[in-house]
Design a protein around this ligand. Sequence first.
Ligand code: AFD
Ligand code: MN
Ligand code: MN
Length: 424
Amino acid sequence: MLIEKKTISDHNDPLLSQHTRRFTYASETVPGIKGIIQKLKDFQVAIPSWALGTGGTRFGRFNGGGEPRMLEEKIEDVGLLHALNASSGAISLHIPWDIPADAKKIRSLAAEHGLRFDAVNSNTFQDQPGQKYSYKFGSLQHVDKAIRKQAIEHNIEVIRHGMELGSDSLTVWLADGSCFPGQLNFRRAFENTLSGLQEIYAALPDNWKVFVEYKAYEPNFYSTTVGDWGQSYLYASKLGSKAYTLVDLGHHLPNANIQQIVALLLNEKKLGGFHFNDSKYGDDDLTVGSIDPYQLFLIFNELVEGMDARNMNHATGLGWMIDASHNVKDPLEDLLQSVEAIMIAYAQALLVDTKALQDAQEKNDVARAQEILQQAYRTDVRPIVAEARLQNGAALAPLQLFREEKVRAQLIKERGEKTIATGL
Ligand code: AFD
Ligand code: MN
Ligand code: MN
């Protein structure tokens, strides 16, 4: 283990005494703090295997050293994150990048680190070596039935890999679409995609879910066949009760009101889960909460209100996953920051006085409604998030400890400089 369990739980002063002072203040001022801490302790975010290395952009990749070279090392890296923050208890794999040589071994390695397998992700946006047909003009939408069939079979193979690992959900993100007017018949593309998704849906085990992920643009720049929440909702509704929409925060047109989308999908019982990241312009895949933390809080406010209205378990009712890509930060540091940002936004949302907010809304007292929301958002919940980590046996300050223990230098020593994580 790169950092001994003892080191993680050996909280030295002055950090601990500072935390104790801050948490004592929070305990005296935050109502229902015990319940909030329990919810934070239960809340787990799945780490995407592809975010453990430098993803780069289409203009190049500047990978750092010590990045995971195979699936075992990816699991070890997520295990380290989870040991540090006790909130990264799952890994989401991407097939074929992460096909295990021995599923049983991989499953027990993950269990050693306290990790489960979250959704498995299919890949029909790239041509793999030796692949018979190309996805250049799409996959499930394709005009050629043989290519559609190949994409369907790939997704069914992904489900099989997921079953061997104990996963219970498939995320389908289709890069399908068109780059120019006239290239695609939108109706036929929709119908082809729907029938392909229906065949994949039919192959789902009873206890599985399929998440239909939408994205406004990229890699297609004129139309995307699953391009917005409405289209994803349409597919998911036509497929059946095991199909849901998946909201990736970076997949909206600028200024979209994501919190409203989330509220409506949750209300329709068709919100499957999230890919958390942040963005300034497009699908920038930046660190969660690094650009617009208030939007993240407002999204969590809708989630908490909507899940409570339906008595859903916050931790297990939806799929919670990060989907980010790094180019200038250490991937593990970025992921520690992302998980912290999610826990902070969730804790702030748990502080919202929903009764008072509803009362202000019913009285059209707009200023008071804003005060109630911002009162929660402006509360420094970091001591509460840190206390939940302590009670889970994790680090008081994960990022600081990661640096103090020179983890990246250890990984470089072990794995070499300029390693490239598979599949990115
Ligand atoms: C890319 C896509 C999408 C997908 C992810 C993993 O934009 O977010 O979920 O790759 O396949 O980020
Ligand atoms: Mn995504
Ligand atoms: Mn994306």
